[in-house]
Structure formats: C-alpha cells, structure tokens
Design a protein around this ligand. Structure first.
Ligand code: 5AD
Ligand code: SF4
Length: 476
C-alpha cells in the first residue's frame, strides 16, 4: 500500500487521498466489527496553523470511528500536536508526555501520539524515540495527510512508527472537524521561505506552497453555506500566496472570495511588512467582508536588529506602511508581534522598539522573549542577552502597551460595536462572549440565546485587555 502513495509531487493526487480515506473507513469497520467505540483526546499547542492541522487530524479520527473526550483516563488515544516556535512549548510537551507513562501502565492498549512542528526538529524526534518508549507514533506537519496509514500500522501491528521529513506537499480533500461552527480557519498556503534568523518555522514546515485558489474558494463557500460567520485565512506569510502558482497573488485570491454572497467576516494572518502591497491595502479598505484589522508583526524597531533578523525592512519602512494603512482606513485596528532581547540587542536599540509601539498605537501586542532555537542562525550568534535583562525590557514594553491598550479601549465606552457571539465568558457562564470585527474580545449581557449570531453591543466598561457591554439588537 505504502509504495503506491505518491509523495514526490507537490499536489498529492486525489487517488492517494482516497487511499487514505479507504484506510480510515477500514479502521472504522474493524472497530465496528469488534463492537468497539474508541475515544480520542487531541491536545494542541501553538499557532492557528497548528489548530488547523488538529482540525484535520480530528476529521480523520472521526472518519476512523473515534469519538472525542477531554478525559485522558477514559481515552484510547492521546495526541499532542505541539509548536516549536519557542522553547517553552517544547519543554511543556516533554513534561506532558512524560506524565502519560502512568496512563499507559494502567491501560496498555492506549496509543500515544506526538506530532506538529516540534517533532520536525531532529533533536526532539531523537529524544522521543530514546527516552519515551511508551510513545507509539510520531509524525511532523508534512505527514498529516498520511495519518490514517500511520495509525493503522500502530493499531494493528503494535510497532512504534516515526515519520518525519517527507516532501513539501499540499493535500486536498482531507475531512476537517472545525472546533466551532461560527468561526473557522482556512489554510491558503503552507511553509515559509523567509528564514528570519531567529525562526524555526521554515525548517519544520518546509518551503512555501500555495493551495490552488479553486479549493480555497470552495472551502470558504461551503463554510459560509453551513453558517460560518468568521473565517480566517492562514499562511505563515500570506503575502507570498501564489508565487509558486504564477498567475495569482493574495489580493487575487481575496478578489475571488469577495464575490461569495453572505454575511461573513474574512480575516487573514500573517502578513509580512516587506511584502504588504498597496493593492492589498486598497482591497481591504473597500471589501464588504474584510474587517479593517491587520496583524502586522514588526519584531523590532531597530534597523541593525531588523537586518540581523533578516526581516527585509527598516523602522522607517514599517512606520510608512502603517501610515499608508491608516490613510486608506482611518478606522483600522492594528496588532503586532515583537521579540525582545534578540542576540546583541542593546537597551538603546530596544528603545527603538518602544518608539514604534508609541507611534503605531497597536490595539494589542503579542510580545515574546527571544528564545534560542537549535538550527537557526541566531542561536549561535555571540551576545545572547541574559534572561533577567530580557524580562526587564519585556516588562517595560508591556507597561507602555498596556497604557495604550487601555486608552484605546476606553475610547469605546458608550459606542456600539458589532460582535460575533461565540460562547460564554471565561469567568461567568451567564455572560456571553464574542469578538468585534476588529477581533477584540467583548463580554456582554444578553436577554436571550445569541450564540453564533452577530449582535450589536453597547460598550459600557473597558479594561486594559477587555471590553464589557450590553446586547442592543441582532445585526440585520
Ligand atoms: N523567539 C521568540 N519569539 C519568536 N517568534 C518566532 N520565533 C521566535 C523565537 N525564536 C515569534 C515572532 C513571530 C511569532 C509567531 O512568534 O514574533 O511573529
Ligand atoms: Fe518565521 Fe519569519 Fe517565516 Fe514568520 S516570516 S514564519 S517569523 S521565518
């Protein structure tokens, strides 16, 4: 069977996907024959791409006859899908996997699986192989579509299976089990060619490859037909979409999606400042589906550090880009990612980052302490910054941003905003929770069940990270 599977082409053939689905159905039939009703626990750490991979893994597990549980003690299969972008996630994974040893002792038939970016790193794969003998299956992001085949080997031959480093491919037609009905992620491309000097992603997710536009359009159209109201297009650098296809770019893809009828929001992440075109900005400004929210990581405000990071733009370029966005969309909300304490960064250079934060006035910032990733150029640079200094800069940055976030949030009090209600508040189950078009979390009181609906909400109170309000009406 395995020899029939073509993996040396960029687009996996429909026959190959059909083979995978056949395997999945035969596993289901086998469980049914034995009157077994297996349940799985899928735990995901990391970015939206990882979430999206887990949705595909869950889709395949459902096809194989698995139900789902969060109770590990009850589970027949526990899968960790883990990120590798920062060292913490990796440490957490090994701690969590270690804790599963006892579950396996109590239930020897339990299958333990580790997948995701983390196992795309040779040292992590080696460690799992040598120090965690109770882990049954390990595969990286490039093998997600081969999951039924890999699991079959684990289930019915009792061998340990490790598969990493397959070709960079695009697989269509895998069943997806979306975590929510009202919102969904849709990957438009995989991999990254940018090789920012601190980042592990190009090594673990491979080179950029785009999905053909017709598949993306079809997936979005179906989601909208099924009631999905908030769709986020995913790619490590969506601005590179289509470079490998030749006749379309990201704006071209958005133009195809623009004509889909229905009341839904279309978001995207992540954009790279060096490739964000004026054509894309103009399209977002006039789109009927796209909120005026842009996530635009800048990582550092200092030109020397940006060069060392291999980012391909300067502080002035970035601020000019923000200016162009604000001119085209005066109501735009901006968010960004920043790395604090990149090797050799001086305190004065860090102050350039603070300067950009003050000038750009982001709604929210995702701030990270630089984390050494084995195999990246920055990991072997001289001048690594001590942890306590990184923490000091981090705290200083957070204090500046918190003040800005609070001021921005306070400006919402008394205004009405559109909110897609997608659940209840984390702290009070009688209070609804949702996101504004600009992706801000709003908790609000409502007199009836509003879950999955777009509502008009009046903001009554603002805190640094959240808004509170009351339901006014449904959006027409
Ligand atoms: N250390 C800290 N942060 C990192 N990121 C990526 N690699 C690293 C690293 N080695 C951050 C960047 C990126 C976000 C997803 O994660 O800010 O935009
Ligand atoms: Fe990593 Fe840079 Fe690619 Fe983003 S653009 S995934 S930071 S290499």
């Amino acid at each position: 069977m395995e020899n029939n599977v073509k993996t040396n082409e960029k687009y996996i053939s429909p026959e190959c996907i059909e083979q995978m689905l056949d395997i999945a159905r035969s596993i289901r039939a086998r469980f049914a024959q034995r009157n077994q009703h297996p349940v799985a626990t899928v735990i995901t750490y990391g970015c939206q791409q990882n979430e999206n991979d887990s949705e595909r893994i869950k889709g395949m597990l459902a096809e194989m006859g698995y139900g789902f549980t969060e109770d590990k003690a009850e589970s027949d299969l526990i899968l960790f899908n883990t990120c590798a972008v920062r060292e913490n996630a990796e440490k957490k994974l090994f701690g969590n996997v270690g804790a599963l040893k006892h579950y396996k002792q109590r239930k020897p038939s339990l299958k333990i699986i580790v997948c995701g970016c983390v196992v795309g790193q040779p040292h992590a794969e080696r460690e799992l192989k040598q120090k965690y003998p109770f882990v049954d299956l390990v595969f990286d992001t490039k093998s997600v579509y081969r999951f039924p085949l890999l699991l079959q080997r684990v289930l019915f031959s009792d061998e340990r299976v490790f598969e990493t480093g397959m070709a960079d491919t695009v697989a269509e037609g895998i069943p997806v089990l979306h975590a929510k009905q009202s919102s969904a992620f849709v990957s438009v491309m995989y991999g990254c060619n940018n090789f920012c000097s601190y980042c592990i992603v190009p090594y673990v997710r491979g080179r950029e490859r785009s999905r053909k536009p017709e598949y993306v359009v079809e997936e979005v159209r179906k989601l909208v037909e099924n009631g999905c109201r908030d769709i986020t297009l995913l790619g490590q650098n969506v601005n590179s979409y289509g470079k490998d296809l030749g006749d379309i770019d990201f704006t071209g893809l958005l133009e195809k999606l623009e004509v889909i009828e229905g009341d839904f929001l279309l978001r995207f992440m992540t954009s790279h400042p060096k490739d964000m075109s004026d054509r894309l900005i103009a399209h977002i400004a006039k789109s009927r589906h796209m909120p005026h929210h842009i996530h635009l990581p800048f990582q550092s405000g200092n030109d020397r550090i940006l060069k060392a990071m291999n980012r391909g733009y300067t502080k002035a370029d970035y601020l000019a880009l923000i200016e162009r966005i604000r001119t085209a969309m005066p109501d735009a909300t901006l968010t960004s990612d920043i790395i604090v304490g990149f090797p050799t960064e001086t305190y004065e250079e860090f102050l350039d980052t603070i300067d950009v934060v003050k000038k750009a006035r982001f709604d929210t910032l995702f701030t990270f302490l630089y984390s050494k990733r084995i195999g990246t150029p920055a990991a072997v640079m001289e001048g690594q910054i001590p942890d306590d200094e990184k923490h000091r800069r981090f705290d200083e940055l957070i204090a500046v941003q918190n003040e800005i976030s609070k001021q921005i949030n306070l400006s919402y009090v008394g205004r009405t905003v559109k909110v897609l209600a997608d659940g209840t508040s984390k702290t009070d189950s009688s209070v609804m929770s949702g996101r504004t078009d600009a992706n801000k979390v709003v908790d609000f009181t409502a007199p009836c069940d509003v879950k999955g609906k777009r509502c008009i909400v009046r903001i009554t109170e603002a805190k640094t990270w959240s808004l509170f309000g009351e339901f006014v009406d449904f959006c027409s």
